[in-house]
Design a protein around this ligand. Structure first.
Ligand code: NAP
Length: 247
């Protein structure tokens, strides 16, 4: 059976770069997306154009039924050996005293519950407790979790703080079941997420605060994810790798 790796939010940004790298390592890649089918198809075509194998599955990670259906779809292609909990959202700049219940519910549902739903489905397939052969899970957190996002998006930062704790606890919970769980903490990375938070010029505004004085690329983050997924990281679990240019 071929090895399958699911990358949530694989259609754009860090997820798309990760899909390319994971395919080059010989895996069949499940490119998850929520709305941008053209971008997801572009990722699949680019992988196939280089001789790799990939397929895309539409699904909201914050919807339990969608997550179950996505994992079932991936089962048809081979054995699940990797999961990258990458799908994530921000929202427009706002203060805590102005957050609506709808905003908070969406932020936590996608960024936190989504990773839990996917982790559950991956564990049911990977854990040797359930007859699985093990695997590697990588959660994508953010430098925002350590600095708090004051005046901008404390809700987003807190959702990533939850992912940090989740990574530690979940890694210890399944450490004897053949599953490694780690996280990657990107800093300021050149993707469309900043425009979706209403700040297309965010990179230019913040780049002077980065010791390396530049934004990172999606592929620079993907390299760390790819290493954690690989057997080269066989004794690494419960760890977070900062990819922040020193910030
Ligand atoms: P991005 O360019 O905005 O891409 C987001 C991806 O997630 C897209 O593929 C999108 O799908 C997908 N997505 C959004 N909501 C989803 C949902 N509910 N269910 C499934 N997929 C969903 O984002 P990015 O910058 O690459 O960020 C990726 C991860 O890195 C996120 O967790 C983010 O918080 C984290 N991060 C990013 C930065 C940065 O500076 N870029 C820094 C720190 C952490 P569609 O194409 O269908 O919309």
């Amino acid at each position: 059976m071929s090895n399958v790796v699911i990358v949530t939010g694989g259609s754009r940004g860090i997820g798309a770069a990760t899909c390319q790298l994971v395919a080059k390592a010989g895996n069949i890649v499940c490119v998850n997306y929520v709305s941008n089918i053209a971008a997801a198809n572009d990722v699949v075509c680019a992988i196939e154009g280089e001789g790799g194998k990939a397929f895309c599955v539409k699904g909201d990670v914050g919807n339990n039924d969608d997550v179950i259906a996505m994992f079932k779809a991936a089962d048809e292609y081979g054995t699940l050996t990797g999961l990258v909990n990458n799908a994530g959202i921000v929202d427009v700049k706002s203060r805590v005293d102005n957050f609506s219940p709808q905003r908070l519910e969406r932020m936590m549902r996608v960024n936190v519950l989504g990773s839990f739903y996917c982790a559950r489905e991956a564990t049911l397939r990977m854990s040797n407790k359930y007859g699985g052969k093990g695997g590697s899970i990588v959660n994508i957190t953010s430098a925002a979790a350590t600095i708090g996002g004051a005046g901008q998006y404390v809700d987003y930062a807190a959702s990533k703080g939850a992912i940090d704790t989740f990574t530690t606890g979940f890694a210890r919970e399944v450490a004897q079941e053949g599953i490694r769980v780690n996280a990657v903490r990107p800093g300021i990375i050149d993707t469309q997420i900043h425009a979706s938070g209403g700040e297309p010029d965010r990179l230019e505004k913040l780049v002077s605060t980065v010791p390396m004085k530049r934004a990172g690329t999606a592929m620079e983050v993907a390299q760390a994810i790819g290493w954690l997924l690989s057997d080269a990281a066989s004794y690494v679990t419960g760890t977070t790798i900062d990819v922040t240019g020193g910030r």
